[in-house]
Design a protein around this ligand. Sequence first.
Ligand code: SF4
Length: 466
Amino acid sequence: MTRTSEDLKSIQKRLGSLYPEAICMLDHRNAYELTVATILSAQCTDARVNNTTPLLFRMYPNPKDLSLAKVKDIERVIKPTGFYKNKSKFLIAMAKQVVQYHQGSIPTQIEDLIQLPGVGKKTANVILSVAFGVPAMAVDTHVGRLARRLGLSNSMNPNQVEKDLCELFDRRTWSLLHHQLITHGRSTCKAQSPLCHSCKLRALCPTGLREKKDPHTGHWVKSRERIVSLVPSITELLCNWGMVTSLVGRTNYCIHPSSDLQKIPKVGGTKNPRLKNILAAKPTLVILERSENTLKISQELKAEKIPTLTLDVTNFRSWIQSYQLLGSRLNQEPRSKKSISELRKSIRGHRHKNLKVLILIWKSPWIAAGSQSYCGGLIQALGGRVLGDTKKSTGYPRLNSAELVKLKPNLILLPTEPYPFNDKHLKELQRLFPDSDVNIMDGELATWYLSRTSSALRYLRRHYFD
Ligand code: SF4
């Protein structure tokens, strides 16, 4: 596959916005330490190397000291990095050569670097670019894999991949691009299970677009996210966004749109979903909301290393942020932008302000939706004042009848969810508040956030705020 210069520019632009300052993650203070750390990093994580090198550098602060070291002493220190027997021999041989032929300093020419024991072309390029600031394209396992998946090279030979990449990209960008590709490989374009559904390069990637099999695994990459939604209104929103085929689990309360959800397995309630059922769905993402779901399930999922997205929906700003988070995580930016634009439109223009509103969500005891609740957020987005906050709670405060009467609301709303308020309650409250406008409101419209927020705002505005 040939990549156009537009493709290449777009790939670099996206990598640039994702990882503007990607750098070498191996701790080092000079070229000698970087050389040692890079040799140790073969088949080992940077974090483990960084745990090992402080002691090693204290024991052998320069090539001369290292050249005089005993193999057994080094083995003891670097054992956690794996292949420690070979690496110990390489380190000492490398140091001896540096002392003997390069006056104790790491050489600055590629021809000399690749002669050092344990230093191949990749390591030499890392040293050149990171320690000496010379543009170089080091091709490690991540860079090679990404180059092939992105259609930037067809070769399995690192030297050829290096050549291909160097021909495609401007020399001045090689070093940064190398670190960006490594970072993306670690975070998203993983070896066995690339996270294509949430990858920002997907639109530019023939593997992610399933135009070709994954050159790394030989299989087609998974085409879609597997989402378990523990939030009924987000389940509805995802269906509205055309993502029902990505849903692999829902709660017992995720009931809309019923025709779409019939075949989606249930995993339990919103407060007590069964972890076993969630795991059985093999999700790539579980969606939660801070007040709807418990911290316990969020922690259990994290312990199982299941990716989660936790939303917070108490006010206008958090609704926008939630749409943005969902749009970006699910690669649904156009739909997210449309939802945000509808939301903004629903509060635009002149309207009656300072309406004092009491929203009751429960009876015996009376519980109000306070200023820090979703319903409270609806009223405030339209410029109204939410009544009922107490010193103890601004979320869902409990109030006795005397406290209620003192509030003197202009408007009382009785959503039919979660408490089934009906005409009997309406009349009771009309007697208690003869000067207030008391109304029953469709509970789902009042409480199903994000999927019905714009409709709820339009309804409230039309009936009470215009
Ligand atoms: S779309 Fe998939 S294969 Fe392509 S770069 Fe992203 S994660 Fe890798």
